[in-house]
Design a binder for this molecule. Structure first.
Ligand code: PGA
Length: 254
């Protein structure tokens, strides 16, 4: 089964407005038609920059994503952003369950599951992040943690819903640390994720799912990771903040 590679940039809480525009212009300019035909590319700026970046990206091959959303369509939820608002702002994607929200903001599997349903209902494609802490890996609990995050996180989804979901495997100890997972560690976790999805949704659905690796992906380690049979793309943090390094990772997917 060939799955088209998918590289997404998570800009986190970085960039000023002009930098965000410039970065988006750079990514768009570097993604020529041949490259765009072979690799799916998205960038996820901070909320206030979604509209100006959408403006830059309009009509081009780079998709726009947000970094989080609420599960409701609208309501008295001060400070929250509805997935419908994201659609209206030009987003196709939303990241849900990033470790900086799971662990930094105590978002539970159940809460993230509600967000996932809300985002899918709004018509967004979801990048759903999972991954173990260093202490969990050292205690030999990696598969147990991934299993829980997948079963609780994707609860209530149909095989058809799954077609709009990308899983991002991001070992927490690799995020922003410069300590990338080895190709073997990534492949092993991705294969386990696909196996778990097979139990949940059946072989055809699980084979079609894009599973990205995230955590200290750089131009010099991307190709090796992307060569692994179950690594279908990358979710890139730090290296997505420069058009050159992000595009080098996109090219590594070829
Ligand atoms: P990093 O972040 O590439 O800076 O490690 C990845 C992520 O948090 O998605």
């Amino acid at each position: 089964m060939t799955r088209r590679k998918f590289i997404a940039g998570n800009w986190k809480m970085y960039t000023h407005l002009e930098q965000a525009r410039e970065l988006a212009r750079g990514v768009r300019a570097g993604l020529d038609a041949t490259l765009a035909a072979q690799v799916r590319v998205a960038v996820c700026p901070p909320f206030p920059w979604l509209l100006p970046v959408a403006e830059v990206l309009r009509g081009g091959p780079v998709a726009l994503g947000a970094q989080d959303c609420h599960y409701e369509r609208e309501g008295a939820f001060t400070g929250q952003v509805s997935p419908y608002m994201l659609r209206e702002a030009g987003c196709q994607y939303v990241i849900i369950g990033h470790s900086e929200r799971r662990h930094g903001l105590n978002e539970s599997d159940e809460f993230l599951n509600k967000k996932l349903h809300g985002a899918l209902q709004a018509g967004l494609y979801v990048i759903f992040c999972i991954g173990e802490l260093l202490s969990e890996r050292e205690a030999g609990q990696t598969e147990q943690v991934l299993y829980r995050q997948l079963t609780a996180g994707l609860a209530g989804l149909s095989a058809n819903d799954l077609t709009a979901v990308t899983i991002a495997y991001e070992p927490v100890w690799a995020i922003g640390t410069g300590r990338v997972a080895t190709e073997e560690q990534a492949q092993q976790a991705h294969a386990f994720i696909r196996q778990t999805l097979t139990e949940q949704f059946g072989t055809a659905a699980a084979q079609s799912v894009t599973i990205q690796y995230g955590g200290s992906v750089k131009p010099d380690n991307a190709a090796g990771l992307l060569r692994q049979p179950d690594v279908d793309g990358c979710l890139v943090g730090g290296a997505s903040l420069k058009a050159d390094s992000f595009l080098a990772i996109v090219r590594a997917a070829l």
